[in-house]
Design a protein around this ligand. Structure first.
Ligand SMILES: C[S@@+](CC[C@H](N)C(=O)[O-])C[C@H]1O[C@@H](n2cnc3c(N)ncnc32)[C@H](O)[C@@H]1O
Length: 273
């Protein structure tokens, strides 16, 4: 692996196996941030790891070390800054742009394939409600690759809302509306008004599944996100769906990506009869 190779002769041989096998890069040519997980055994070599990352990608101007998992309502990491630099970046994905500062608002470049998969399911003229929208990457993918009539995106974090508005502007999206608010309060205003609801909150979306179904007209679909153990990734998500809506039909299933060791982030597509 490239990072390990670069650190040969810098990190003692017995610790080379602890060198991370990957890191996330958010941003593009104009500047990028690298986000990396470094185990405690490499504490004294963390700056060397960061320098090696910058050496591997000339667009990376800042290196952040993840300290633990995502926390709080806004689902943010605590970061230790290893190399200081601008953290607001313009991320390019599938030909569109996403402005984001990963220290202020949730964003994961690793969800990009799922965004395309959702976008290609959106029919012409659909009304899409996007709950827990962050900087609205799914809305941008849908607006770019499908022909929805309307997208309404709801986000609580004021930074998420700001970047969402900016991202609609940058990508010249005119049929999307950004809403700054709590899904629990705003959601009920949209009863039976949508053809599709996207529920992108893997930890806790199940509490909002009844509300999401309520926002759908009959014949609509909810993209419901959850986590599942690798040996049977959809079991828990499907049990939740059956418990909330015995009449609904599951019309799609997808492993979005790894979530934690032995755990996947999954998507289950729920059709309301
Ligand atoms: C897992 S992130 C997904 C963000 C975005 N959909 C994406 O894929 O990049 C969940 C988002 O929901 C927001 N959030 C959490 N609780 C919320 C609530 N009650 N109402 C609205 N947004 C909320 C968080 O701030 C966070 O941006």
């Amino acid at each position: 692996m490239a990072l390990k190779r670069r650190l040969q002769g810098v990190v003692p041989p017995e610790l080379l196996d602890k060198v991370p096998t990957s890191f996330e890069v958010v941003g593009s040519r104009g500047g990028a941030v690298a986000i990396v997980e470094i185990p405690p055994e490499l504490e004294q070599y963390k700056h060397k790891v960061a320098e090696a990352i910058v050496g591997m990608n000339k667009h990376v101007k800042a290196v952040l070390r993840k300290m633990g998992g995502r926390t709080g309502d806004y689902r943010l990491y605590n970061f230790e800054v290893l190399i200081e630099g601008p953290t607001e970046v313009l991320h390019r994905e599938h030909g569109y742009y996403i402005k984001v500062d990963p220290t202020k608002v949730y964003f994961s470049s690793r969800d990009q394939t799922d965004r395309l998969d959702v976008a290609r399911r959106v029919g012409e003229g659909e009304r899409v409600l996007y709950l827990f929208a962050g900087v609205a990457p799914y809305a941008i993918a849908i607006a770019k690759f499908a022909k929805p009539r309307l997208i309404v995106a709801v986000e609580l974090n004021p930074w998420g809302f700001r970047y969402m508005v900016e991202n609609f502007r940058i990508n010249k999206i005119r049929n999307a509306v950004a809403v700054h608010g709590d899904v629990a309060e705003v959601g009920p205003l949209f009863r039976k008004k949508f053809d599709r609801v996207i529920l992108t909150l893997p930890l806790g979306a199940y509490r909002y599944l009844p509300l999401a179904l309520d926002c759908l007209e009959k014949g609509g679909v909810v993209h419901f996100y959850h986590t599942g153990k690798a040996e049977d990734p959809y079991r828990e998500a499907e049990e939740i769906v059956r418990g909330v809506c015995p009449d609904c039909q599951i019309v799609g299933r997808r492993v979005v990506r790894d979530y934690a060791p032995g755990v996947y982030k999954v998507r289950v597509d729920v059709y309301k009869r």
